[in-house]
Design a protein around this ligand. Structure first.
Ligand code: IPE
Ligand code: IPE
Ligand code: MG
Length: 260
């Protein structure tokens, strides 16, 4: 189990241990080139490859990429179907390579509406790479932060019927082990490309104390230099977790337990 940022202060590090990215701007990238949106999504997959490689090189341990939100079903049916097709092909072509590079692959989100073939490939890919330790790459697909909190609360009460009977507010940290990404620490750094400054129902719970970085670059243009710039920006932040600057100066990098 990883500590919760509202209970225990994580150790400070120059390189974020967990980076979560909203890969936005594929459509606009294509539109600027008078290309169909699908061309942007295809280039987006290439950008993913480069970013995964760079995350490994920089020593990031967890990389989480938002590929399809629970609200993206609202898009035109032909775009949804193209995105599903690209997802299927990426699963077919990339999982073996990820495994070859020692990367653990995970999907978070409600996969029940996906095509059975996609679900099979996800299960096979997760099983194949389960013991890899180099980088944990999580793809959020049909993921919504509200869905995650709701399903975690449900799972918590199923496991703790006495808590339901007690009719009291459970300690927030007791819900966290049931979140879809309980296998990872909370993100240290959140990046959103494409210029919008919003969270769009991504990891709502886990972003409580995450450092936020927004860039106007469109996702297909997000490269190693842009990734390094985000990491450099992160390294300059003072993560106080509710404390004062003076406290930090007196106890740099300390791992203080929060008083209860
Ligand atoms: C992000 O790019 C990819 C997905 C949401 C699947 P968009 O498709 O949202 O691109 P823009 O925001 O329209 O440019
Ligand atoms: C967020 O991008 C979801 C993904 C990148 C998968 P959107 O393009 O769907 O977000 P909004 O609609 O602009 O908030
Ligand atoms: Mg978008």
């Amino acid at each position: 189990m990883f500590p919760s940022s509202t209970r225990e202060i994580p150790a400070s590090r120059a390189v974020p241990r967990h980076v979560a990215i909203i890969m936005d701007g594929n459509g606009r990238w294509a539109k600027r080139r008078f290309l169909p949106r699908v061309a942007g999504h295809k280039r987006g997959v290439e950008a993913v490859r480069a970013v995964v490689k760079h995350a490994v090189e920089r020593g990031v341990e967890y990389l989480t990429l938002f590929a399809f939100s629970s609200e993206n079903w609202r898009r035109p049916a032909d775009e949804v179907s193209i995105l599903m097709d690209l997802f299927l092909r990426a699963l077919e072509q990339e999982v073996g390579k990820l495994h070859g590079n020692g990367i653990r692959f995970r999907i978070v989100g409600d996969t029940t509406p996906f095509d059975p073939r996609i679900r099979e490939l996800i299960a096979a890919g997760e099983a194949l790479t389960a013991r890899n330790t180099r980088l944990t790459l999580t793809i959020a697909a049909n993921y919504g932060g509200r869905w995650d909190i709701a399903q975690a609360a449900h799972a918590f009460y199923r496991a703790h019927p006495e808590a339901l009977a007690a009719d009291t507010v459970p300690p927030p940290d007791s819900i966290a082990p049931y979140l879809a990404m309980s296998y990872a620490p909370e993100p240290d750094l959140f990046i959103r490309t494409g210029g919008e400054q919003r969270v769009s129902n991504f990891l709502l719970w886990q972003l409580a104390y995450t450092e936020l970085h927004f860039t106007d670059l469109l996702w297909p243009d997000f490269d190693e230099a842009a990734f390094d710039a985000a990491i450099a920006s992160y390294a300059r932040r003072e993560r106080r977790f509710g404390r004062t600057s003076e406290q930090l100066a007196n106890a740099p990098g300390s791992r203080l337990a929060v008083e209860e």
